[in-house]
Design a protein around this ligand. Structure first.
Ligand code: HEC
Length: 163
């Protein structure tokens, strides 16, 4: 082996070894810990089952993502994700929003008409209540809330968020 090659090999070994050490460091140090999935529902699986069926039947996931499900061809609709939404709004608000004949009078939209939140005023009242309760149960852990607020605000308004 020529001297130059040896030098390069040593250099690579040092760089790779250094990276491994750094990783080991952050693990021991507790540095960049995996914070886990930030979303949860405060309702049990059984309690949420009916609402999830309604969400499926009402095709909410055509536009919104929830629990990591990939929405259909409408996935490109810039609708806010529903995970954690109950941390920024309450049940009464959801009920009113779903019941409104004009949801954009409550939450203005800058999207084209066909991409906007449709009115669900024609759903039976019991279903709207069920959905509102479920949406309100969708929580996000605190560390993630700040990020969600910022991105949803910017998505909906197109303006930079300053708390
Ligand atoms: C055609 C696409 C579409 C469908 C279907 C749809 N939404 Fe929406 N939704 C949106 C969009 C887009 C917004 C953002 C407001 C707007 O642009 O009108 C929104 C907003 C919302 C919000 C408010 C989010 C926030 O930031 O506070 C909630 C809650 C919501 N939708 C729930 C639902 C539920 C529940 C269903 C099913 C029953 C549903 N949506 C079906 C497109 C949709």
């Amino acid at each position: 082996m020529r001297r130059g090659e040896k030098g390069i090999l040593i250099l690579i070994a040092v760089v790779v070894g250094g990276m491994m050490l750094r990783n080991l460091w952050s693990v021991l140090d507790g540095g960049e810990k995996d914070k886990g999935i930030p979303f949860y529902s405060s309702l049990s699986e059984a309690e949420g089952r009916k609402a999830l069926r309604l969400i499926h039947d009402s095709r909410c996931k055509d536009c919104h993502s929830l629990w990591g499900a990939t929405a259909s061809m409408m996935q490109n609709v810039p609708a806010p994700r529903l995970d954690g939404i109950g941390s920024i709004r309450d049940e009464a608000w959801f009920y009113q929003y779903l019941s409104s004949s004009d949801p954009q009078s409550i939450l203005p939209s800058r999207l084209k008409k066909e991409f906007r939140m449709p009115s669900f005023a024609s759903l039976p009242e019991a279903d709207r209540k069920e959905l509102a309760a479920y949406l309100a149960s969708l929580k996000v852990k605190n560390w993630y809330l700040a990020e969600t607020r910022k991105s949803e605000y910017e998505k909906l308004t197109g303006k930079a968020y300053s708390p």
